[in-house]
Design a protein around this ligand. Structure first.
Ligand SMILES: [Zn+2]
Length: 143
């Protein structure tokens, strides 16, 4: 089979079938699975409810995990607090290109051209404010 560029890393690889769009690198497989789950959560209420219940059960079976996680990863905890503050701030305001519209995109048709638009740049430094930026994609992502 002819080599094609991976939708994740743009490296050419030989797909096992016509539908395969991501190479076998662990990072590209994680991206593929994350895109699949994001789409599934957005389009399948039963799956979403099942995930919510499974998550709830897991938290009950692993008490204190997140507290310990935040203690062991203060940088990630700070980043999450910063992102949550931003989400709280954005509640009610609809960004030009929200994450939900990214989630609805078919990963096989993911095009850098369609990502042009206004974004919020959220600093990981807690004291800094988020700033609105405008990105213009340069065509030829995998070229
Ligand atoms: Zn790849």
């Amino acid at each position: 089979m002819e080599q094609v560029p991976c939708s994740g890393c743009c490296t050419f690889f030989t797909p096992r079938n016509k539908a395969q769009k991501f190479c076998s690198r662990p990072a590209c497989q994680r991206l593929r699975k994350a895109l699949w789950q994001k789409k599934k959560l957005a389009t399948d209420p039963e799956y979403k409810e099942g995930q919510r219940l499974a998550q709830k059960k897991w938290v009950q079976n692993n008490p204190g995990f997140w507290k310990e996680y935040r203690r062991r990863n203060p940088d990630k905890a700070a980043r999450n607090r910063s992102l949550q503050r931003f989400r709280n701030m954005m509640q009610g305001e609809k960004p030009a290109f929200s994450q939900s519209s990214i989630a609805k995109m078919d990963a096989r048709k993911l095009s850098i051209d369609s990502l042009s638009g206004q974004y919020w740049l959220v600093p990981e430094v807690a004291k800094m404010d988020a700033v609105k930026i405008f990105l213009t994609a340069i065509p030829g992502h995998c070229a």
